[in-house]
Every structure is written in structure tokens, then in C-alpha cells.
Write a protein that binds this ligand. Structure first.
Ligand SMILES: Cc1ncc(COP(=O)(O)O)c(C=O)c1O
Length: 323
């Protein structure tokens, strides 16, 4: 007999944005003459740029011809896109990210909801308060949170980092040590951001306590200050503690198209080298005939991430004196 995932049933009401949409629709119906300033889901206001439309038309035509038709895309996304991301979003900013560390997806919303599946069920999450609801709701559904208190609008077993006018909307290191830290910068909904020096402090903190930062850079295109990093990988040490999520929704008006990507730890490449080639830094670790051939393929990236997480958790257990 099937059973419903009881964690779903813990979610109060509905997803925040659909609740707002329903309220707005009801209000507009009753008050058709009243203008509305919408402060709900952030959508784009401009049409997609002509160069993109032209490319999309060409892509549709390709799908209509037997010679150029193609089915599923490669697991990590098309190589031309990953190459362009590496060149323009990373190399141009001095970040050494390789193409096989980019995972193209249908947007940062899906990635920010799905990424938690890579971590153990007892991982403790830390989020800013207020927060983009997807981070919390996905962890609720995965069973990492306790119960919801409608009065405080907070979940038990979640570390909240208040962002208020008093602290200039800048989160402070929590007293309790988290396993996963969600940071969204520039921030939705507060609009604040951190300087590169402030962000580096978070990177150092995460490395110190053995946490992973899930860094949502969906609003990166809005950065105009020189001292604000466009990627967390601009901070030394981020390669050992950060996963970065990016979106084309805001910078290319792609909310309806659905395109984004995730960048996973650079340190992966070292582990991948060991798993795939049997070498580390060029030196042989185990005979190449045992090396998993699939590590040379894109799917190896995901497997490597799994191995990396397992290693980190093992190391943390040792540090905490567990078995
Ligand atoms: C913080 C944050 N992350 C991610 C997203 C969604 O990005 P995408 O459209 O790529 O799914 C949004 C959209 O509003 C957002 O505010």
C-alpha cells in the first residue's frame, strides 16, 4: 500500500508565491480599477534580446531536419554553452573553473531545490531570515526540518540567521554549527550584498567548521560595486567549500525559457583524477586498470561529488569523535 511522504504534509498551506498569486488574483477581481504594485514573484519586464531569439529560431529549425535533429542533450549540458560560461563568467573574472565542473540545468530554482539531495538526511541547514522559500521547503520535504511554528513562521531544527535593519541585513555566523549554509547574494528578498572581504569570511568559516556553502548567485548581473564578488570562487578557499548556482533568468530575461547552471567544487577534479586515472597530481595512486572508465565521462562529475561528500562527512565524524 502506498504511503505519502509525511514530510510533504508538514508544509503549511502552499508555496509562498502561489499563495501571493491567488491573493492578488482575488483582489484584482474585486477591485478591477485599482492599480497594483506587485512585490511577489520577481519576473522580467523586457522581451528576450534579438540575438537570442534568432539563435532559438535556428535551434528549432535544426530539430525539424533529419540531418541536424538531436534528442537528449548531454548530461552536463551542451559543450558550447559550458565553454561560454567558463570563458565569460569565470575566466574573465580570474576564476579557474573547468567545463566539466559546470552542470547546465533548467534554472537555479530547480537546482537550489535539488542540490540538498546530495547530502545526508541529518545535515543541519542554516538560512538567512528572511529567505527565498525554496531552500527551506526542499529541506522540509526531504525531512531535515522539525515542526513549523506558525507564530514565529520558523521551523525547528533549522538554523536561522536574522538579517535585519539592525545588522544591515548582513547575516552573522550562527552559534550552532551548520552542515549546509545557504547564501544568496545579491540577496532576495533584502537586496543586500556582501563585499568580497565579507564573503571571504564566510568561506573561511565554512572551511573551518566543515560546512558546504550553497551559493545562489541568481542576481549576480545586478552587481555594480567593484568590491563585490560576481562569483564565490573569486574568494580563495571557496573551491573546498562552495557550490555555486547561477541563472539566466535575470541577466537574459529567461524566466520563461528556464536555463541556469551549477558549479561544483574545483577540488573535485583532484578526486576525479584519482578515481579516473589512478593518479593524483600526476603520481600513481593505484593501477590504471582499476580506474573507473566512466570517470572520463560527464557522469563522473556527479559520482565524484558523491565521493567528495562522503569523504567530508567521514572527516567531520572523525573530528566530532564519532565512529
Ligand atoms: C534567490 C533566487 N534564486 C533562484 C531563483 C530562480 O532562478 P531560475 O529562474 O533560474 O529558476 C530566483 C527567482 O526569483 C531567486 O529569487
Amino acid at each position: 500500500m502506498f504511503q505519502i511522504n509525511e514530510n510533504y504534509q508538514k508544509l503549511p498551506g502552499s508555496y509562498l508565491f502561489s499563495a501571493i498569486a491567488k491573493k492578488v488574483a482575488a483582489y484584482s477581481e474585486k477591485n478591477p480599477d485599482k492599480p497594483l504594485i506587485r512585490l511577489g514573484i520577481g519576473d522580467v519586464t523586457q522581451p528576450i534580446a534579438p540575438a537570442i531569439i534568432e539563435a532559438m529560431h535556428k535551434a528549432v529549425d535544426e530539430m525539424g531536419q533529419a540531418e541536424t535533429f538531436h534528442g537528449y542533450a548531454p548530461d552536463l549540458g551542451y559543450a558550447f554553452l559550458r565553454k561560454a560560461i567558463v570563458e565569460n563568467d569565470y575566466k574573465a573574472r580570474g576564476c579557474e573553473i573547468s567545463e566539466d565542473e559546470i552542470f547546465v540545468s533548467d534554472g537555479a530554482k530547480s537546482d537550489s531545490a535539488n542540490i540538498q539531495e546530495l547530502f545526508s538526511a541529518d545535515s543541519k541547514i542554516a538560512v538567512c531570515d528572511p529567505v527565498y522559500p525554496v531552500y527551506v521547503d526542499s529541506n522540509v520535504m526531504a525531512g531535515r526540518t522539525g515542526t513549523y511554528n506558525p507564530d514565529t513562521e520558523r521551523w525547528s531544527n533549522v538554523i536561522y540567521m536574522p538579517c535585519t535593519a539592525e545588522n544591515h541585513f548582513v547575516p552573522e555566523f550562527p552559534e550552532e554549527t551548520p552542515d549546509l549554509i545557504y547564501l544568496c547574494l545579491p540577496n532576495n528578498p533584502t537586496g543586500t550584498t556582501l563585499t568580497k572581504a565579507q564573503l571571504k569570511e564566510w568561506v573561511d568559516y565554512a572551511n573551518r567548521v566543515g560546512a558546504v556553502i550553497i551559493y545562489d548567485g541568481a542576481y549576480e548581473a545586478y552587481i555594480s560595486q567593484e568590491d563585490v564578488a560576481h562569483s564565490i570562487y573569486e574568494c580563495d578557499g571557496a573551491k573546498t567549500c562552495a557550490i555555486e548556482l547561477k541563472s539566466f533568468s535575470k541577466n537574459a530575461g529567461f524566466t520563461g525559457v528556464r536555463l541556469g547552471y551549477t558549479v561544483v567544487l574545483l577540488v573535485m577534479s583532484g578526486i576525479r583524477e584519482v578515481l579516473g586515472a589512478g593518479t593524483f597530481n600526476g603520481a600513481e595512486v593505484f593501477p590504471a586498470e582499476y580506474a573507473a572508465g566512466m570517470m572520463a565521462l560527464p557522469v563522473g562529475g556527479f559520482l565524484t561529488l558523491g565521493v567528495l561528500i562522503a569523504l567530508m562527512q567521514w572527516a567531520q565524524t572523525k573530528v566530532k569523535g564519532g565512529k
